[in-house]
Design a binder for this molecule. Structure first.
Ligand SMILES: [Mg+2]
Length: 182
């Protein structure tokens, strides 16, 4: 079994992820984290690059679902409505149930779903455990909760190791401009 902590690949930000490469791998639905992945932490506005990339994903027929642990479910639903996405609120990631609910909303299964987020121990572990493709992005903004900042202390050396290994292995398998491919 693959290491559930290690993502399938790393990407700089969602808009650097190669959608056609994902489609080529059989991916039909994307489960996206909200804070610091789709919007800056605890915000409701969406960067134009993120919006454009999500529109391109929809045009290619990919299903889109926000799966967020954010406490204010109304903010999650508002962003999802704005972007035409489905939403699972107070999801309880990294529990596999959170990702199962996302897949149920999308009508996809693990082999056809990719989970994307900025936190290894929240967004990646549970999804990997179920066999989804996983992409770890860098947080959109340096602002985040004190709790997350603590977890970054464990996460940072892992990211560095994966990036180094990725460079040795050549191009990333699922992202166009992934840092690990540089
Ligand atoms: Mg996040």
């Amino acid at each position: 079994m693959r290491n559930p902590v290690r993502p399938s690949c790393l990407a700089e930000a969602v808009w650097t992820i190669d959608l056609d490469a994902l489609l080529g791998r059989g991916i039909r639905g994307l489960i996206l984290d909200l804070d610091n992945t789709v919007v800056d932490w605890n915000q409701g506005w969406v960067r134009p690059q993120v919006r454009g990339w999500l529109e391109a994903a929809r045009e290619r027929g990919l299903g889109l679902c926000l799966v967020s642990n954010a406490l204010r479910g109304e903010r999650v639903r508002r962003v999802a409505r704005d972007l035409g996405m489905k939403a699972v609120v107070r999801a309880g990631k990294p529990l596999p149930r959170a990702f199962r609910l996302g897949m149920a909303a999308l009508g996809t299964h693990p082999a056809s779903t990719c989970a994307i987020g900025d936190q290894v121990f929240t967004d990646i572990v549970g999804a990997s455990w179920l066999g989804l493709t996983t992409i770890l992005v860098f947080p959109l903004s340096p602002r985040e909760s004190p709790h997350t900042r603590l977890i970054r202390l464990i996460e940072r050396p892992l990211r560095r190791r994966w990036a180094k290994r990725g460079r040795r292995q050549g191009a990333s398998r699922c992202a166009g401009a992934a840092r690990e491919g540089g």
